[in-house]
Design a protein around this ligand. Structure first.
Ligand SMILES: C[S@@+](CC[C@H](N)C(=O)[O-])C[C@H]1O[C@@H](n2cnc3c(N)ncnc32)[C@H](O)[C@@H]1O
Length: 367
């Protein structure tokens, strides 16, 4: 069958994937930001909502949510132990006839970092994906399985909520994370890194649209043991790590790395005068982190282009403060401020801020 170029119709439901444990936070955010949606179904890491008569969600929607990792139109669910039967139901959907990408992923089995769990493709998702992609309906068509899609691409989504319960739907790509299956970037997590912060920062930069260039001067407050600095050094940056704790010897001896072995508030601002990108990843409250970076970015000696902060969720109630936190950072002169709980965040979320949106465009063009 030839793929149709006609746009699909929205359905009465949407699905949202998130980290395990933040479902209630997602529900509260959606209730605040999208009052036309009402909660319908939930499993750890997977929530659906029904559109009420007043819901206004464009076909190519993206949710105003920090904690939704990915979302799309929900078409239905296929239940049972016979995979071939489940595939039949999925390929009967209009999205299967029209899509140019298939994304298949499994709901998280734990919170990131817990019980050795890291988000990413599972063996089951891979096998199910291959089974779906082998269906006749995709023969002779250029349909990619579990690859990065591009803006406006139509993606057939299959979320394996239980091994015998596959939810399916679709989305048109309108965000960076919407390009990745289940909103998780493709990283080889087997590589040797100084800490998980390596993946966290890599994902943050991709999501924020910030491309570190060779020679960019970067500073990280809370840099030990050094995963984030490792990624920045690999990107060709000159890196200043500020942390009273010890850095990994490999990072420490890198010729483009300087360790300032102090707390963020003890560092001489002149030492940060040429810093373009500022990072903070402290095991401290968000207020502490925000106070520390405020002191730096309001100094007359410092003029950063942008920053990425990791903010700890001291408790789930913190989620209600996200808007106030973004506003606080905007008042510091950052015109673009966004927040997201990254796939690789662990009991925390990420804030990205740039003073001028053209910093992002320029960075993107060069990649
Ligand atoms: C989550 S770890 C940082 C991980 C690091 N970004 C990496 O890439 O490996 C938190 C760090 O914050 C540091 N820290 C806590 N309070 C600090 C402060 N006031 N100034 C600088 N570092 C601080 C701790 O010593 C600890 O090494």
């Amino acid at each position: 069958m030839e793929p149709t170029t006609k746009l699909l119709e929205p359905t009465p439901f949407i699905y949202v994937c998130c980290q395990q444990g933040v479902e209630s936070v997602v529900k509260a955010e959606i209730a605040r930001q999208h009052p036309g949606l009402s909660f319908a179904f939930s499993r750890p890491g997977f929530v659906t909502f029904k559109l009420g008569p007043d819901a206004q969600l464009p076909l190519k929607f993206s949710l105003a949510s920090t904690f939704a990792r990915t979302s799309g139109w929900s078409v239905g669910r296929a239940d049972g132990d016979d995979g071939a039967e489940l595939v039949k139901q999925i390929i009967a959907s209009p999205a299967a006839a029209a899509c140019n990408h298939i994304h298949v992923w499994q709901r998280d089995r734990a919170a990131p970092g817990q019980r050795n769990f890291e988000p990413g493709e599972t063996a089951l998702a891979k096998a199910v994906g291959q089974q779906i992609a082998a269906a006749d309906i995709f023969k002779g068509r250029d349909v990619q399985l579990n690859r990065a899609a591009r803006t406006d691409d139509l993606v057939l989504d299959v979320a394996i909520v239980e091994p015998n319960q596959w939810w399916f739907g679709f989305h048109y790509v309108s965000t960076v994370a919407g390009r990745w299956p289940g909103g998780v970037p493709f990283f080889d997590t087997e590589v040797e890194v100084a800490s998980r912060a390596y993946f966290k920062l890599r994902e943050a930069l991709l999501w924020a649209g910030i491309a570190i260039q060779k020679g960019d001067i970067c500073a990280e407050i809370g840099s030990a043991p050094g995963g984030a600095c490792q990624f920045l050094l690999e990107s060709g940056a000159t890196v200043i790590g500020v942390d009273p704790a010890e850095m990994e010897p490999e990072i420490l001896k890198h010729e483009d790395f300087t360790h300032i072995r102090r707390r963020g508030n003890e560092v001489k601002k002149k030492d940060l005068k040429d810093v373009k990108w500022l990072f903070a990843d402290l095991n401290a409250t968000p207020t502490y982190t925000l106070d520390a970076i405020t002191e730096i970015v309001t100094s007359q000696h410092v003029d950063v282009t942008g920053m990425i902060l990791t903010l700890k969720m001291t408790d789930m109630k913190m989620a209600e403060e996200v808007t106030a936190i973004r506003d606080r950072v905007k008042k510091l002169g950052f015109n673009v401020v966004k927040t997201r709980q990254l796939s690789f965040n662990r009991g925390e979320f990420c804030l990205a801020a740039v003073k001028d949106k053209f910093a992002l465009r320029a960075a993107r063009k060069r990649t």
